[in-house]
Design a binder for this molecule. Structure first.
Ligand code: PPE
Length: 370
């Protein structure tokens, strides 16, 4: 195994062409337009390298934190892999995204064992040896929160095939595992949870079942997501909904999808090329306990246009109402009562404002001194 490369600061690659204005990052998530910082007119005088702190203010904060690396906490600068890593060339990484919420009893990680189980499932599908147990990985997540003295945060466990060898066959590539702390606010925009988002149906489809396994949360899947997201954003929408290979509704680039019609809640089945979302599962349980009928079934595209309500679910997106699809308003064009009722319970449990009746929270002993 290679020794981790000594890391200076993030350096910006030399500018190929002069440019006048560059968007450098959003404070509360990749789609949050309200907090975009801009560097104006670097032009040809732009230095060829800049410390990252000068580029993204969020990294100024995050780069002070430690990252868990196969059993040890290392400095942000030391969590590096070699450019020859298998994953860089062939997309061979699997990952998770988990939220830790600030609750009245301190930080609490939402559905931690379920996320760690899916992490291991993803490894298994790709024949990727994972040497850490679900319990050890869960402990690693808690350790990252505690040692960095974090309260609310987003955790990104990732297992990466690394090594320094060329060739598709991954069997000889080592697998390195990291748990990264991050700050992720509103995934689909500042007002997304209250107002809802405007989305489109993407021209990019989710892969057929015998091409890429969508139940694995693999880095490579997100090339497909990137195409959909970029297309949606280029057309002025917040997100794209992808159909499966038959033309039925699958999911968003990083979210599952629900619709409501006549008080019945519908969501595509796991046979429709979707990720088996943990928020999706939480929402189905909450909705059923609130007395709604929930159907996992094939969702034809046109149901999107005639639904009373629609919403996305995901760890990062939480429960985000959809207010229009392809410029057709969903219901009256604002979040509906079923969506809001489920959202209230979901957020209430996650933030510790409602009793944790499903046992979804893993409390973290805070290191923050009172
Ligand atoms: N589908 C996809 C494709 C997906 O990426 C996610 C999560 C979901 C559904 C919802 O799954 P769950 O989080 O278990 O409810 N997307 C993660 C990564 C987002 C990113 O942009 O990175 C997330 O929400 O953490």
């Amino acid at each position: 195994m290679h020794a981790p490369a000594p890391r200076q600061a993030f350096v910006r690659p030399p500018a190929q062409t002069p440019f006048t204005d560059v968007t450098v990052g959003a404070l509360f998530g990749p789609n949050d337009r309200s907090d975009v910082f801009r560097v104006s007119s670097p032009k040809a005088s732009m230095p060829t390298s800049l410390p990252v702190e000068a580029i993204n203010p969020l990294l100024l904060v995050m780069s002070k934190h430690k990252i868990w690396r196969d059993g040890a906490l290392v400095g942000w600068q030391d969590a590096t892999i070699h450019v020859m890593s298998h994953a860089v060339h062939y997309g061979s990484s699997v990952f998770e995204g988990i939220r830790c919420y600030s609750t009245p009893d301190g930080p609490a990680i939402f559905r931690l064992p379920e996320h760690m189980r899916r992490f291991q499932d993803s490894c298994r599908i790709y024949r990727m040896p994972m040497r850490h147990s679900i319990e050890d990985l869960s402990a690693a997540c808690s350790e990252v929160v505690a040692e960095n003295e974090l309260d609310a945060c987003y955790l990104r466990p990732v297992a990466i095939r690394t090594g320094e060898e060329m060739g598709v066959l991954p069997n000889k590539a080592p697998v390195e595992t990291f748990v990264i702390p991050w700050v992720w606010g509103r995934y689909l925009g500042h007002e997304a949870l209250e107002e809802g988002v405007d989305v489109c149906v993407s021209s990019w489809r989710r892969p057929a079942p015998d091409t890429i396994p969508m139940l694995a949360k693999a880095g490579g899947n997100y090339l497909n997501s990137q195409l959909s997201k970029m297309e949606a954003r280029a057309s002025g929408f917040v997100e794209g909904i992808m159909l499966d290979t038959l033309g039925n509704v699958a999911e968003g680039s990083g979210e599952n999808l629900f619709i409501v019609r006549d008080g019945v809640v519908y969501t595509p089945t796991i046979g429709s090329s979707i990720l088996n979302g943990i928020t999706r599962d939480s929402v189905m349980r909450i909705a059923r306990d609130l007395g709604y009928t929930v159907l996992e079934q094939v969702v034809p595209r046109e149901l999107l246009y005639i639904s009373d309500e629609a919403f996305f679910t995901g760890t990062a997106a939480e429960l985000t109402p959809i207010r229009s699809v392809d410029k057709i308003e969903v219901g009256p064009g604002k979040p509906g009562p079923v969506t809001l009722a489920i959202q209230k319970v979901y957020m209430g449990i996650a933030t510790g404002k409602m009793p944790d009746r499903y046992g979804w929270l893993t409390r973290v002993e805070s290191r923050v001194t009172a």
